[in-house]
Design a protein around this ligand. Structure first.
Ligand code: CTP
Length: 236
């Protein structure tokens, strides 16, 4: 039998603020370059020092990165500058970063040391999405824009596995949505707003007796995120 190949350990680090598909696409590419993916996430104070305060707290950012399926391990409070010492500490062969340059507050490339030693790999940065852009878009939202965005996201249905082994759909279903083949409709503990014509968007599942409330265990809402961004802007 062939000798078993040593597992390649890959390191990534970053702020991972307002986690978006650009971040998960980066982690997907990094994982594909090896076998085991370790992601170092910077603390709030490190990020504030180098590029301004993040929207999400470190504890929230650790959780969000841990939830990405390509991530095997999260290192909390990884230093902003990536050193050989860090790669060695976590026994990583190399680190992977998108093809954009990250600078320290004094304008130094944060990957200088690992690039020089050949323990740096690049992946493609995802075009068209960034935290900065998301923050800008959220700041431009008026209350009216905001409710439009909420109703768009209501269309997205996430299939979950339920303990009833039924098909569980997590969504706010609009009145005209067809519920054939759906056993359960779930909504979080947030208030259910009436549709534009004043009707209950959950009328059909309610009538069928298949509407359940689920507890996300978290009180975060889009509105709360916008409030945080405004507060950050005032401080920064
Ligand atoms: N990344 C990516 N594509 C994007 C955004 C980020 O591939 N659209 C990658 C970065 O290249 C980096 C990792 O995701 O390897 C973490 O990036 P992060 O430190 O969180 O910050 P930024 O690169 O500034 O990304 P953003 O502006 O979205 O916060």
């Amino acid at each position: 039998t062939a000798k078993r190949r040593r597992r390649i350990r890959v390191w990534c680090d970053g702020c991972y603020d307002m986690v978006h598909y650009g971040h998960s696409n980066q982690l997907r590419q990094a994982k594909a370059m090896g076998d085991y993916l370790i992601v170092g996430v910077h603390t709030d104070s490190e990020i504030s020092k180098h590029k301004g305060p993040p929207v999400f707290t470190q504890e929230e950012r650790y959780k969000m990165v841990r939830a990405i399926k390509w991530v095997d391990e999260v290192v909390q409070g990884a230093p902003y500058v990536t050193t050989l010492e860090t790669l060695d500490k976590y026994n990583c062969d190399f680190c992977v970063h998108g093809d954009d340059i990250t600078l320290t507050v004094d304008g130094k490339d944060t990957y200088e040391e690992v690039k020089k030693s050949g323990r740096y790999r690049e992946c493609k940065r995802t075009q068209g999405v960034s935290t900065t852009d998301l923050v800008g878009r959220m700041l431009l939202m008026t209350k009216a824009h905001h409710s439009n965005i909420v109703s768009i996201t209501r269309f997205s249905l996430y299939e979950l596995r339920s303990e009833y082994k039924a098909k569980l759909l997590l969504s706010a279903v609009l009145g005209h949505f067809r519920l054939s083949g759906v056993d359960l409709v779930c909504h979080g503990k947030t208030e259910i707003y009436p549709d534009k014509d004043g009707s209950d968007p959950y009328a059909e599942p309610r009538r069928k007796g298949i509407l359940r409330t689920v507890d996300s265990g978290n009180s975060l809402t889009t509105d709360a995120i916008v409030q945080r961004i405004i507060k950050n802007r005032l401080l920064f």
